[in-house]
Ligand binder design. Structure first.
Ligand code: CMC
Length: 429
């Protein structure tokens, strides 16, 4: 039995606060009236004990290593489902029937092209621009191209904006890639499925036929499923906060992409692969393990640890298998990076420091190796994460906008700066 109220004692005053229970997972103490009743705020930088919202989309049990999308275990969706079906599930709450799925795939597929003027917009970037900067800008710019889907109070416009972003994100990501390597943009091919179309737009060239490898397309589709949502992580919270002011959906998703870019979040797959390259050989691993443990050294093992998972990240397990599928298919027998990765994983899983702090490999540890083997440069890794996470961001944004009790997100602070003081002319300072 969980309690239905909690008592907070402030000095000699006691305040009863309601406790709310979810369907699974920890209950929460509703502190909405705490300030009115006590004159105090709560203090939780990094939100380690704070639920920022109610949500019915994704559930994580970090201690048990469980990840559910709308109740379905990630393992089952990755094994039996596909990405667009997962998108439907996240957006609408149920797996689609065959006809609902066909209709959804049709709707997404009909939005894959981008306005031709977008191609010119790309020409303004330097060729060596990081593709994530191009993504932040081009997704934000969609609002300038699709005026007919920026009114968030119109349900139909919200739906069209959602379809547009799910459909156009791979096109924009492939354009960012092609631009960076000086190749012409490849138009989407609507007879290919979502992941295969993306591979085609990235790796086809106009002068010869490109046949998509179905094993790689399936692996990429699985990578997209694994990254599709992850409840209230930093970028999703950013999307919700941006959306809470009523900003248009394209601007909100651009904000999410900007947040995802950081190395502590989506940028970790790029950082993990760079780190494996820096370690170079298995002999160097002990030196890097020692650096990771040294309190005075800022070095961290990238791809290890997670704010929520204090157990093996369930996505990392599936990703590890996908990595092997891709390397086998491509005939990569002796990849030195993979040797370093596997040995690093073995050592870290047996090392007291990592065991005590519950630092397990996370999804980014393996995704980098897989994406590199597929032919993507490291700078594209976080872009692929953004392509996959777009549906999660949209589902969360949509859930928030459709919640009648929604209000602008406005955290408070503990002020530790100077108290009130008077202005002095510069000659008297
Ligand atoms: N290597 C070495 N030590 C670590 C690491 C690591 N990767 N991660 C955490 N620690 C230590 C940290 O120094 C701290 O030690 P102490 O208690 O002695 O001060 C302890 O473990 C707890 O770390 P924390 O920073 O308080 O934990 P957090 O929940 O704030 O950080 C994290 C989570 C993911 C930011 C962190 O583990 C990290 O920086 N990992 C490397 C980056 C990475 O792989 N990020 C991808 C996350 S998964 C993809 C996604 O969801 O975006």
């Amino acid at each position: 039995m969980t309690a239905n109220s909690a008592t907070v004692k402030v000095g000699d005053k006691s305040v009863d606060l309601p406790v709310k229970a979810g369907s699974i997972g920890p209950s929460v103490i509703d502190i909405g009236k705490l300030y009115a009743q006590t004159g105090m705020f709560t203090f939780d930088p990094g939100f380690t004990s704070t639920a920022s919202t109610e949500s019915q989309i994704t559930y994580i049990d970090g201690d048990e290593g469980v990840l559910l999308y709308r109740g379905y275990p990630i393992e089952q969706l990755a094994e039996h489902g596909d990405f667009l079906e997962t998108c439907y599930l996240l957006l609408y709450g149920e797996l689609p029937t065959a006809s609902q799925k066909a209709d959804f795939v049709y709707r997404v597929t009909r939005h894959t092209m981008v306005h031709e003027q977008m191609a010119r917009f790309f020409q303004g970037f330097r060729r060596d621009a990081h593709p994530m900067s191009v993504m932040v800008a081009s997704v934000g710019a969609l609002a300038a191209f699709y005026h007919d889907s920026t009114d968030i109070s119109d349900e139909n416009q919200r739906m069209v904006a959602s379809m547009r972003m799910i459909a156009k994100m791979p096109t924009l990501a492939a354009m960012a890639f092609k631009y960076s390597i000086g190749q012409p943009f490849v138009f989407p091919k609507n007879d290919l499925d979502y992941a295969a179309n993306f591979l085609h737009m990235c790796f086809a060239v106009p002068c010869e036929e490109y046949k998509v490898n179905p094993v790689l397309a399936r692996a990429l589709d699985r990578i997209f499923i694994l990254h599709a949502d992850h409840e209230q992580n930093a970028s999703t919270s950013t999307v919700r906060l941006a959306g809470s002011s009523g900003a248009n959906p394209f601007a909100c998703i651009a904000a999410g992409i900007a947040c995802l870019w950081g190395p502590a979040h989506g940028g970790a797959n790029e950082a993990a692969l760079k780190m494996l390259g820096e370690i170079g050989t298995v002999d160097n691993i002990p030196k890097y393990i020692a650096k990771a443990k040294d309190k005075n050294d800022p070095f961290r093992l990238m791809g290890f640890g997670h704010r929520v998972y204090k157990n093996y990240d369930p996505r990392a397990k599936i990703m590890q298998k996908t990595t092997h599928d891709v390397l086998n298919e491509l005939g990569v027998k002796d990849d030195p990076l993979l040797d370093v990765a596997l040995e690093l994983e073995r050592i870290a899983l047996h090392d007291d420091y990592f065991i005590e702090k519950k630092l397990y490999p996370n999804i980014d540890f393996y995704s980098g190796i897989t994406l590199k083997a597929m032919g993507f440069p490291t700078s594209m890794f976080t872009v692929l994460f953004a392509v996959a996470r777009t549906v999660g961001w949209i589902a969360q944004w949509k859930e928030m906008i459709e919640d009648p009790s929604q209000k602008i997100g406005r955290p408070r602070q503990l002020y530790t700066g100077a108290p009130r003081r008077d202005y002095l002319p510069s000659t008297n300072r």
